[in-house]
Design a protein around this ligand. Sequence first.
Ligand SMILES: Nc1ncnc2c1ncn2[C@@H]1O[C@H](COS(=O)(=O)NC(=O)[C@@H](N)CS)[C@@H](O)[C@H]1O
Length: 438
Amino acid sequence: MRLSRFFLPILKENPKEAEIVSHRLMLRAGMIRQEAAGIYAWLPLGFRVLKKIEQIVREEQDRSGALELLMPTLQLADLWRESGRYDAYGPEMLRIADRHKRELLYGPTNEEMITEIFRAYVKSYKNLPLNLYHIQWKFRDEQRPRFGVMRGREFLMKDAYSFDLNEAAARVAYNKMFVAYLRTFARMGLKAIPMRAETGPIGGDLSHEFIVLAETGESGVFINRDVLDLPVPGEDVDYESDLTPIIKQWTSVYAATEDVHDAARFEQEVPEAKRLNTRGIEVGQIFYFGTKYSEPMKAMVAGPDGVDVPIHGGSYGVGVSRLLGAIIEACHDDAGIKWPEAVAPFRAVVLNLKQGDAAVDAACEKLYAELQAKGVDVLYDDTDQRAGAKFAAADLIGIPWQIMIGPKGLADGKVELKRRSDGSRETMSPADAVARLV
Ligand SMILES: Nc1ncnc2c1ncn2[C@@H]1O[C@H](COS(=O)(=O)NC(=O)[C@@H](N)CS)[C@@H](O)[C@H]1O
């Protein structure tokens, strides 16, 4: 992509409304634009990252055996009356009337709708287990949307829903999602710690939040530092095997949010040197809620004995749009964002340090073409800004690799390769730079 042809409205100044670094950097890097409180337009650079994050979530859901579908954002109020949540959900629910005065709502979550779809087709335990998920926009009319995409009103969520014959089988589904979440966040360069959590409006009696440590996080957390070094299951993990050893390993080390923290146990169990009390960002939450929805909504299957029973359900959410903020909170420095390679909007950026110099322009065009030909997602800063502005922009938007091409280096047949994450630089031939990035 040529920067001269891209749409990247970088801001020179720090926007005053931004209170946390991720919000500030997403605005400055031209990734999002607020259209209303808690409602954002995703500009090209931000949208590229959103799609990369979404794709990692999708791959790990699919690996676990979940099946992707897509439900609408708008739902009938009557559906929520069946579960009794229409009134209970409260002011966060955006209620809409259509031209025929039919009562609709902009879905904050989809337990009722997925249960309606399930009960329409599945009548026998032989069709279980089933885990259906989608990646869809949600609306929650937050009293105080803030921190940019971290607490928006319209936001992108992956929400999965499992259906099983009984609690034991539902726990197997829960464990699969637990492992899928460990893998998902690790692939984004995050350490997301599973912690027992309150279940709130979703319901049920078993829930874990996945929390990324960050000073600006909304959740207070208490952990045994050992949890930060636990191994994440590999891509060869066998989802049909018994996953309880993994769950046990990750839940036997103390890690709790402030609302379920047990101070006495923390003191007793965790050696002083290993105690960490900090804050964190909830990037995902998983729930087991039994028959909370299947009972009132009559989502039944005939069991092995032929008797109809309500299914046991669970739901599993990931804050896809929130993750951009969480990743930036965890990966930035004073110069800007430091995208982990797996989610970066581009893998490399070519910086022409003397636009208009025939030899430098030719070398940049050649390198840009070679990288593209080899499938490298590359941005070419071919603008006529001076070098200093190009360095600052490249650092701000956080592309993992910068290739600087200037007349002096070129005279020696060299370019400079800079790694954004640690600032390390190497001088090498253009061919070697291509080889490093392929
Ligand atoms: N206002 C918000 N803005 C951005 N992300 C949010 C917001 N509210 C929740 N999220 C993200 O969405 C994830 C799932 O939301 S949730 O309420 O915990 N769970 C559910 O809605 C369940 N239905 C899971 S399918 C959260 O872990 C969080 O990362």
